[in-house]
Design a protein around this ligand. Structure first.
Ligand SMILES: [Zn+2]
Length: 198
C-alpha cells in the first residue's frame, strides 16, 4: 500500500441506488461507506478516481423489456439527475472517467477523462501498480473494471464491503471467476490492519 495504489470508485450514481431507474439494494449504503473509507484512509492511495456510466444513445443497452443480463431499463442518461453521483458520495476524485455514450460500457477502463485520456494511460502516467475497485455493481461494472485491470497488468483487489451487486447469484459466480483470475474479494478492513502493522 503506497502512492502506487489507486482506488477506483465505480459508478456510484443515483440511478444505481434506491429510488433510481436501475436501483441496486444497498447502493446508497455503498456511497456512504466509500465516503467514510476515503475520509479515514485517503493516505493509503496515490490517487482516487471515479467512473460514471453516461449514456446518450447506447445501442441495444436499453430496452423496455430488459433481461437484466444484457439489456437494462434506461439509466444514467446524460443530463438527467440519475447520471449524477449519489449525493452521499464524497470521494474527491483526482479524475472522473465517463463511459458508454453510444454503447454499453461496463468497465471503467473503457472510460476517458475530461481530456480524453483513457484510464489505463492515466494510471500508468502516475506509476500505479495496485488497483482497488469499489462501487456499483459487484457483478457488472466493478467486475468488468477489475477484469480489465488485471489484464492490463495491475495487481487488483475488489473491496467487497464497499460494493453491492445486482443479484446474489451473479455476484457469487463473478466472484469465483475473478478469484480464478487472481483477483481477490476482500474486506477493506484488511488494509487498515496492514497499515497498522506496517
Ligand atoms: Zn449502462
Amino acid at each position: 500500500m503506497s502512492s502506487s495504489t489507486v482506488l477506483i470508485v465505480t459508478d456510484v450514481q443515483r440511478d444505481f441506488c434506491p429510488g433510481g431507474s436501475l436501483a441496486v439494494e444497498g447502493g446508497d449504503d455503498v456511497a456512504r461507506r466509500i465516503t467514510a473509507w476515503v475520509r479515514a484512509h485517503r493516505d493509503l492511495y496515490g490517487a482516487v478516481v471515479a467512473t460514471k456510466d453516461e449514456h446518450e444513445a447506447p445501442w441495444h443497452h436499453f430496452t423496455d423489456h430488459p433481461d437484466f443480463l444484457n439489456t437494462w431499463p434506461p439509466h444514467c442518461v446524460i443530463g438527467t439527475p440519475g447520471a449524477d453521483f449519489h449525493p452521499d458520495l464524497h470521494c474527491d476524485p483526482d479524475a472522473i472517467f465517463t463511459k458508454g455514450r453510444f454503447r454499453a460500457a461496463y468497465s471503467g477502463f473503457e472510460g476517458t477523462d475530461a481530456q480524453g485520456t483513457y484510464l489505463e494511460t492515466w494510471l500508468r502516467g502516475r506509476r500505479i501498480d495496485d488497483v482497488h475497485v469499489a462501487g456499483l455493481t459487484s457483478d457488472y461494472c466493478v467486475a468488468a473494471t477489475a477484469w480489465d485491470s488485471v489484464h492490463a497488468g495491475f495487481r487488483t483487489t475488489v473491496l467487497q464491503d464497499l460494493c453491492a451487486g445486482v443479484s446474489p447469484d451473479t455476484t457469487a459466480s463473478v466472484r469465483s471467476e475473478l478469484a480464478a483470475a487472481g483477483i481477490p474479494f476482500v474486506d477493506s478492513s484488511r488494509f487498515v490492519a496492514e497499515k497498522r502493522s506496517a
